[in-house]
Design a protein around this ligand. Structure first.
Ligand code: ATP
Length: 500
C-alpha cells in the first residue's frame, strides 16, 4: 500500500479516531498497513469465522463470538496501546449489545486519558449503526495512481523476466487505471499465461476483465447493443453535437494535451419513445467506448450508509472501465422528490448530493448520458450549467423526421422500396412517436407475410397507421405536462426545425 495512505491511517489513530472502518476485500494488505503503524502496540484480532486469532500467525486461539471477545478485551487499552482488528463483523453491527460494547470502548478511547484502544473494522460491506455514526471513520483505500500502476507492471515484468517494450508498459498501465493492485496482478497473470508475453493486444483482455469485475459487482450493467447514429431518424441538432464530442473522444490524449476539457455528459429530456435510449446507445458506438447503465434503485441497501457506499463503488467502477458512457435511464424516477416535500427519502437525497458532487468534481473520462421524460420533480440544481455540457429536448418527431424514421425501419428489414410515398405518409402519422412508427412498420410487414405479399405498398402502411393508437392518443396528458415543464427551462431542441 502507498506510504501516503499508511500515513493517513496513522494520523487517524493519532487523532484518537476510536473506530476506523476499512471497506476492502484484501485483508492481507490491510493487515500489513495496520501492522506498520503501531509501535509497542498490542494487536488483538477477531475473525467472525474463527473467534480470537493470533494477529501475526493467523492461527485460531479461542472460539468465541464477538460479544464474548469484546467483553474479554474491554480492559486491554489501559496498560498498552491496543489495536482491536475485527474482521467480517458487519452483520453483528445491528445487534444492540455489540453496538453498546463498541460504543463503550470508543468513549473510553476519546474521554479516558489512560485508555488507548483503536478498533479497526475490516469488511467488504459497510454497515454503520446510527448510534456509532459519530465514532466511526470510514477509511478509503485509494486506487493506485498511474505511476504506482507502472511500478506494479514493471515489477511483474521484471520478476518473470518478460521482455516488453517501454511503450507497451505505458499503454497497458493506462488501461489498468481504476483497478486495484490485486485486480491488476490477476489480469497480468492471466495475460502472461495466455500467450507467455505481455503486449498491446492485452488491452482487449484488460477491458474484458474489467467488464467481468463490473458484472460481478452487480451495481452497473454492461449493455450490449448494435445501434449506431444512423439508426436515429431526425434529432439532427443532438446528433451534430454528439459528432463534435466524438472527435474529442477519438483523440482523447491529444485533446487533453491541447487543453480541451473532457466532455462531462448530456441530459436528454423528452417525450416517451422518441429515441432517448436509442441515442444513449448510439453515443457509445459513435465514441467507440463501452456503455454501462447505472440503476440507482439497485444501489439502495438496508443498512445505514450502505446505499452511499454502493453509489461510491458504482461511480468508482464506472471510472475503472472509463472511457465509457454511463447511462442513467429515467433519472427523474431515481432522484424524484429529492430535497422537496414530495417524498424523496433521506437516502435518495444523500445519494443525489453524492452524485452531484461527483459530477461537479469529475476529472475522468466517464461521459454521462442521463435520460428523462418528466423533469418537473427533479431538483433544479441538477439542471444548472456546469453539471452537464448540454441539455436537449426531444419532442415528438416532426414531419420530415417521421418520414426518416419510417424509412430507417423499413430499410432495416429490407422492405423499403421507391414506390412508397413517404412524403404522403407524413400527414397520416401526425402525433406518432418513433416507437409508434416502428410498430407500424413491424405490423405492416407481418401482415404482408401472413397474406403472402412480398412488396410493402403505401396503402398497406396507411391501413396499419389507421389501426394504430399513437402516443398522442394514449398519453395526451403526459405530453402536455412535459411541454409545460420544458417551457420553463433553458434547453436546446434536439431536432432541427422542420422546413416543410
Ligand atoms: P422512453 O422515454 O419510453 O424510455 P425513449 O425515448 O428512450 O423512450 P427509445 O427506447 O429510444 O425511446 O425508442 C423506442 C424504440 O422506438 C426504439 O427502439 C426505436 O426503434 C424507435 N425509435 C424511437 N425514436 C426513434 C428515432 N428517432 N429514430 C429511429 N427509431 C426510433
Amino acid at each position: 500500500m502507498r506510504s501516503s495512505t499508511i500515513n493517513k491511517l496513522a494520523s487517524y489513530v493519532d487523532a484518537l479516531r476510536p473506530i476506523i472502518y476499512i471497506n476492502h476485500f484484501d485483508f492481507k494488505v490491510i493487515d500489513e498497513a495496520i501492522a506498520s503503524i503501531g509501535s509497542k502496540t498490542k494487536y488483538v484480532e477477531f475473525n467472525n469465522a474463527l473467534g480470537l486469532v493470533d494477529f501475526k500467525s493467523k492461527s485460531p486461539m479461542m472460539e468465541c463470538d464477538l460479544e464474548h471477545f469484546l467483553r474479554l478485551t474491554m480492559d486491554d487499552g489501559f496498560e498498552q496501546e491496543t489495536f482491536l482488528v475485527l474482521k467480517d463483523v458487519h452483520q453483528e453491527l445491528t445487534n444492540p449489545k455489540i453496538i453498546a460494547l463498541l460504543k463503550r470502548i470508543a468513549e473510553n478511547n476519546v474521554y479516558n486519558d489512560n485508555f488507548n484502544t483503536t478498533i479497526f473494522i475490516l469488511s467488504e460491506t459497510t454497515v454503520i449503526p446510527k448510534e456509532l455514526e459519530n465514532y466511526i471513520t470510514v477509511f478509503d483505500i485509494p486506487l493506485p495512481t498511474l505511476s504506482e500502476i507502472l511500478t506494479i507492471v514493471n515489477d511483474f515484468v521484471k520478476d518473470l523476466d518478460i521482455e516488453v517494450e517501454n511503450d507497451t508498459v505505458d499503454e497497458i498501465a493506462l488501461s489498468f487505471k481504476g483497478l486495484n493492485e490485486f485486480q491488476i496482478k490477476q489480469i497480468l497473470n492471466l495475460a502472461y499465461q495466455d500467450g507467455g508475453r505481455i503486449d498491446n493486444n492485452d488491452k482487449v483482455l484488460i477491458l474484458k476483465e474489467k467488464e467481468q469485475f463490473i458484472k460481478k459487482s452487480g451495481m452497473l450493467e454492461i449493455i450490449n447493443f448494435s445501434e449506431t447514429i444512423n439508426d436515429i431518424g431526425g434529432l439532427e441538432n443532438l446528433k451534430d453535437w454528439l459528432q463534435r464530442k466524438a472527435k474529442i473522444f477519438a483523440n482523447l490524449d491529444k485533446a487533453i494535451k491541447f487543453g480541451v476539457d473532457v466532455p462531462k455528459g448530456v441530459m436528454i429530456i423528452g417525450m416517451p419513445g422518441c429515441g432517448k435510449s436509442l441515442t444513449a446507445k448510439a453515443t457509445a458506438s459513435l465514441f467507440e467506448i463501452p456503455l454501462v447503465r447505472l440503476d440507482v434503485g439497485r444501489l439502495l441497501g438496508k443498512y445505514v450508509g450502505e446505499s452511499e457506499e454502493n453509489m461510491r463503488k458504482a461511480l468508482r467502477l464506472s471510472e475503472a472501465i472509463s472511457p465509457c458512457v454511463l447511462w442513467i435511464d429515467e433519472i427523474e424516477k431515481a432522484f424524484a422528490g429529492v430535497g422537496g416535500d414530495g417524498g424523496g427519502s433521506d437516502v435518495t437525497t444523500r445519494l443525489f448530493g453524492q452524485f452531484l458532487t461527483w459530477m461537479q468534481e469529475k476529472d475522468n473520462t466517464v461521459f454521462i448520458v442521463a435520460t428523462a421524460n418528466d423533469i418537473s420533480h427533479l431538483p433544479p440544481e441538477f439542471l444548472r450549467k456546469g453539471r452537464f455540457d448540454e441539455l436537449f429536448f426531444v419532442n415528438l418527431p416532426n414531419g420530415e423526421e417521421r418520414r426518416k424514421i419510417l424509412d430507417i425501419h423499413l430499410k432495416k428489414r429490407n422492405k423499403w422500396n421507391p414506390e412508397i410515398d413517404s412524403i404522403g405518409l407524413i400527414k397520416e402519422t401526425e402525433g406518432f412517436n418513433g416507437a409508434d412508427l416502428e410498430s407500424v412498420v413491424k405490423d405492416t410487414i407481418e401482415s404482408a407475410f401472413i397474406d403472402g405479399r412480398t412488396l410493402i405498398r403505401t396503402e398497406d402502411l396507411i391501413k396499419t397507421i389507421k389501426e394504430t393508437k399513437s402516443i398522442s392518443n394514449t398519453l395526451n396528458d403526459k405530453i402536455e405536462e412535459i411541454e409545460k415543464t420544458i417551457k420553463k427551462i433553458d434547453i436546446k431542441p434536439a431536432s432541427k426545425e422542420d422546413k416543410k
